[in-house]
Design a protein around this ligand. Structure first.
Ligand code: ZN
Ligand code: ZN
Length: 270
């Protein structure tokens, strides 16, 4: 068994919108807001460009059964996008999983089922058990706790960790006590910088280096488990084509828009 990922977007919030009719994807030079499609039917985050991305990749929005929202910043969640997605005819209503207390600006109706999530909650859907973890990120004027998610199925166990810097201790303990991961996707909003104002709510290259070293050293990641980077800002990173080899030199894969990856359970001694 395996899990298929398609990175619909790998950028942070600062990438400018493309002019209409610009060919897409342009993985060497451009990133759309971070979003991942899992096994063709589970979407993680629904930012402003998700419907365009699905169209650009020739994917049917009606195939989406579930959307998991990490937090309500508008590069990750746009209510009109979810409403448009829910409007496509599908056998069962669209399931929306989101941080409890997020200012959703949506109500449940026949085409949409709402599932608020708190850290520690689990969603059982589409053959996956999805556990929510608190992330270390900032939302002004909200009681919302932004979330990372651990996805587990017969196709492997993996972490989706954006947005947030490093991990809160509660989430770190959960990962330490849990079954080791077969793969992880971690944000690296900023590169090798120290002079941007949002450092302690997003990762930098040195923070990712340390987090991954600690994860591998404590068996949170299985030996050989791949580490993918997403949510990269335009203002502090090299263009995608130039950043990819720099990430590879660290042992990481810098995801680009349109990247497909196959994840499967790693053996105990792989
Ligand atoms: Zn973001
Ligand atoms: Zn954010």
């Amino acid at each position: 068994m395996q899990t298929e990922w398609l990175f619909l977007g790998t950028g942070a919030a600062d990438w400018p919108a493309l002019e209409p009719d610009t060919p897409f994807p342009q993985p060497d030079t451009y990133r759309r807001n971070a979003s991942l499609l899992v096994d063709g039917h589970i979407l993680i985050d629904g930012g402003p460009f998700v419907l365009e991305s699905l169209r650009a990749f020739g994917l049917d929005p009606a195939a989406i059964t579930d959307v998991f929202i990490t937090h309500s910043h508008d590069d990750h969640y746009v209510p009109e996008v979810i409403t448009a997605l829910a409007a496509f005819a599908r056998p069962a209503p669209l399931q929306l999983w989101y941080p409890s207390e997020a200012p959703l600006m949506l109500t449940e109706y026949a085409g949409l089922v709402l599932h608020p999530m708190l850290p520690g909650d689990q969603a059982h859907t589409g053959g996956f058990c999805v556990e929510a973890l608190a992330s270390n990120h900032h939302l002004s004027d909200s009681r919302e706790t932004p979330l990372f998610y651990i996805f587990e199925s017969a196709g492997g166990r993996w972490l989706y960790a954006t947005d947030g810097s490093s991990l809160p201790v509660s989430s770190w303990k959960r990962l330490l006590l849990g079954v080791p991961l077969d793969a992880a996707i971690i944000e690296m909003t900023f590169g090798d910088v120290y002079d941007v104002p949002y450092l302690l709510e997003h990762n930098t290259l040195p923070i990712v280096r340390e987090v991954v070293r600690i994860m591998r050293g404590n068996g949170v990641l299985k030996p050989g488990a791949p580490l993918y980077l997403t949510h990269l800002a335009s203002m502090t990173h090299l263009p995608p084509a130039q950043f990819a080899p720099k990430a590879l030199a660290e042992g990481w894969i810098a995801a680009v828009d349109g990247l497909q990856a196959t994840i499967s359970p790693l053996g105990a001694d792989s």
